[in-house]
Design a protein around this ligand. Structure first.
Ligand code: ATP
Ligand code: MG
Length: 657
């Protein structure tokens, strides 16, 4: 990789990493990409032909009223049919009797659903929903743990044309109230309880609190999961009761391609969560194509995506994409470190997972505990490793590649957002020309996806090796159609900065070979003595130090430099905090990234404030460092004590100054 001043931090780490290069097989990439550029709409129409349509579209893309795109106008389909009914025919590799979901609970218990069993369960539950009054277009809030009934409930909604609104089951009643009221849901589906680290979570109690303030709710459907004694009110019905007399087959509702499949709120890393709406036809087309390119699914794959279905990765790449492809997947209801920090490896070994898709946050947690743990498991079934959710630090990438993949599995870093619906930037194991991988780079935009990196001021494309805002120049099939009942906010948030160009809010650069490097959130950019530094470069430099497991960097006002850098770091097992280590780290960062990046202060903490989807919430660190008493929207924080710890670490240091 060529040198560049802008990429100095990351490139040095990369150079020192021994230049990991993996060649992906395949010869079609350039051809496909070129074709997609030249025949943009036609290209996507060809992808859409791989879905099951009741009626084909009349027009591929309607972009006459930007930013409101309509994909496959006039086309009619059903999402559930695309995931299940399509696999019931005899000529389809006998997918009908293949395991669709291998479920594992945190206590090690397993349940398996074949495609046929899943199909049957969905049909029955769809009828049960109809029997309690759910109709096409009604919103259904689903507040369930990671049990098979969660995808069953989602697919049942899709079957009858209802719009699901899944709320992550770790959220409080207030977060639930906001999402139920915003979507005006008629039904809430929940469980009597669920388990987290061996403890009972009283989901039903949270729902009871919530529905006192949610006038739209007519019924609460309760799944018996924990044999927990719960209060039953007048609106409550048991899942097992309503399926008792529901009939076995439910005619799928044939919907327009533009019919909303679901509402899903973003993670809340940068502010108040936004209610993203996805359509049916465009979204499924995007997922079907991208899953094939990125994973190149094989008949005998056992696919393990560790996301929670409460987030978009779970919606797109646990529910809709793998089921459309007839894949066998593992669904795990638990945390990566329970009962011990080895759980993903244990699951890979137990079920013979071939593809593992997880987050940098989980990987950094495992790294902290050392290599002996993963080395004690048989991980030889793995053929492909994926990551999503945050930029992956080069050192973490290399650890994943070497310690988990034993240098045999490509690591694919997939960049995308709740709003994009599906993967936008990633290496493609199905279609890639033989290319070297660069640890820490998400590589290239997928075919038919028009990403660009632009200058902050005028929106013009920046030269290679120059940082800028990551944008999308053309509509894409998986794109959000709007924010729920808020077209204005949709326009303002994503399309106003540059006229009819989608603003992602992320900061990136493309190197001399055209590889894209994600550099963090635009909101988090540090402005030091006239230079703009991405958080990613600095954090990766910290994580490349032997003592550091995790780092979050932000800035505080500085009279001389405008802003100065401060870092919150979590140490690896076996290291302890000291002034010497602090000094060593400051020197290290100065050497690796350059004198401009010299941190002013380093705080040692046990955990960083993160969203429940595992993303570091730098805006909270920044507000503490700027002396704000109000920290903004914290409804999606994973653990409030992390914020307290950060505040304490900060105050303690400032007392002494
Ligand atoms: P909010 O929009 O409410 O602030 P959020 O952006 O965290 O929350 P998501 O849609 O879950 O909500 O996350 C998308 C964001 O996650 C991207 O904009 C990007 O910042 C980050 N991200 C996802 N995948 C990657 C990746 N592979 N590399 C770098 N960043 C990533
Ligand atoms: Mg976002």
């Amino acid at each position: 990789m060529s040198e560049s001043s802008d990429l100095s931090g990351l490139s040095k780490i990369y150079e020192e990493s021994g230049k990991v290069r993996i060649s992906l097989e395949g010869k079609k990439f350039n051809k496909i990409r070129k074709y997609a550029e030249e025949h943009f709409e036609q290209f996507w129409a060809e992808q859409a032909k791989n879905l099951v349509w009741f009626k084909e579209w009349d027009k591929i893309l309607d972009w006459r009223d930007p930013p409101f795109a309509k994909w496959f106008v006039g086309g009619k389909l059903n999402a559930c049919v695309n995931c299940l009914d399509r696999h019931l025919t005899h000529d389809n590799n006998n997918i009908k009797n293949k395991a669709a979901i291998i479920w594992e609970g945190e206590n090690g218990e397993n349940r398996t659903f074949t495609y046929y069993q899943l199909y049957r369960s969905v049909n029955i539950f769809a009828n049960a929903l109809k029997n309690i009054g759910v109709m096409k277009d009604d919103r259904v809030t689903i507040y369930l743990p990671m049990v098979p009934e969660l995808p069953i409930a989602m697919l049942s909604c899709a079957r009858i044309g209802a719009i699901h609104n899944v709320v992550f089951s770790g959220f409080s009643s207030q977060a639930l109230v906001n999402r139920i009221n915003d979507s005006k849901s008629k039904i809430v589906i929940t469980a009597d309880g669920s388990y987290r680290r061996g403890k009972l979570l009283e989901l039903k109690r949270t729902v009871d609190e919530a529905i006192a303030d949610t006038p739209s709710v007519e019924h609460v459907v309760v799944l018996k999961r924990a044999s927990n004694i719960v209060r039953t009110g007048s609106k409550d019905v048991w899942w097992h009761d309503i399926i008792e007399n529901a009939s076995q087959y439910c005619e799928p509702e044939v919907v327009d391609s533009s019919h909303p499949l679901y509402i899903l709120y973003t993670s809340g890393t940068t502010g108040k969560p936004k209610g993203v709406v996805h359509d049916t036809g465009g979204y499924l087309c995007h997922l079907n194509a991208t899953a094939k390119w990125v994973y190149n699914f094989r008949k005998d794959d056992i696919y393990f995506c560790t996301a929670d279905i409460g987030w978009v990765t779970g919606h797109s790449y646990i529910v809709y994409a793998p089921l459309m492809h007839g894949v066998t997947e593992i669904m795990y209801d638990g945390t990566p470190d329970y009962p011990k920090p080895d759980r993903y490896w244990k699951i890979v070994e137990k079920h013979g997972a071939t593809i593992l898709h997880t987050t940098p946050t989980a990987l950094r947690m495992y790294m902290k505990f050392g290599d002996a743990i993963p080395n004690s498991f048989d991980l030889s079934s793995l053929r492909l490793l994926g990551t999503v959710g945050e930029p992956i630090n080069p050192d973490v990438w290399i650890w994943y590649f070497k310690t988990i993949g034993k240098e045999n599995c490509p690591v694919i870093d997939t960049w995308w957002q709740t709003e994009t619906g599906g993967i936008m930037i990633s290496a493609c194991t199905d279609i890639e020309e033989s290319i070297p991988m660069k640890p820490g780079s998400a590589t290239f935009p997928l075919p038919g996806i028009h990403m660009d990196i632009v200058d902050e001021k005028d929106g013009s494309s920046v030269a290679s090796n120059r940082k800028g805002y990551l944008v999308i120049r053309k509509p894409w099939p998986g794109m959000l159609t709007t924010l729920w009942q808020n077209d204005e906010k949709y326009k303002d948030t994503y399309w106003k900065k540059y006229d009819n160009i989608y603003y992602t809010g992320d900061y990136a650069l493309s190197d001399s070979d055209g590889y894209i490097w994600l550099l963090g959130r635009a909101d988090d950019v540090l402005k030091i003595a006239g230079h703009r530094l991405g958080t990613m470069e600095l954090e990766s430099a910290f994580v490349s130090h032997k003592s550091i497991a995790e780092a979050a960097v932000t800035s505080m006002p500085d009279e001389k430099k405008g802003e100065s850098i401060i870092a919150f770091v979590v140490l690896r097992t076996g290291f302890s905090k000291s002034d010497n280590l602090r000094k060593e780290l400051i020197d290290y960062i100065r050497n690796v990234v350059g004198p401009i990046a010299t941190p002013n202060e380093i705080y040692f903490v046990n955990k960083l404030p993160k969203t429940r989807s595992g993303k570091i919430m730098r805006r909270l660190l920044k507000s503490i460092a700027n002396g704000a008493t109000e920290t903004g929207d914290v409804t999606t924080i994973e653990d409030g004590t992390s914020l307290e710890e950060v505040r304490q670490a900060y105050n303690e240091m400032h007392k002494n100054i």
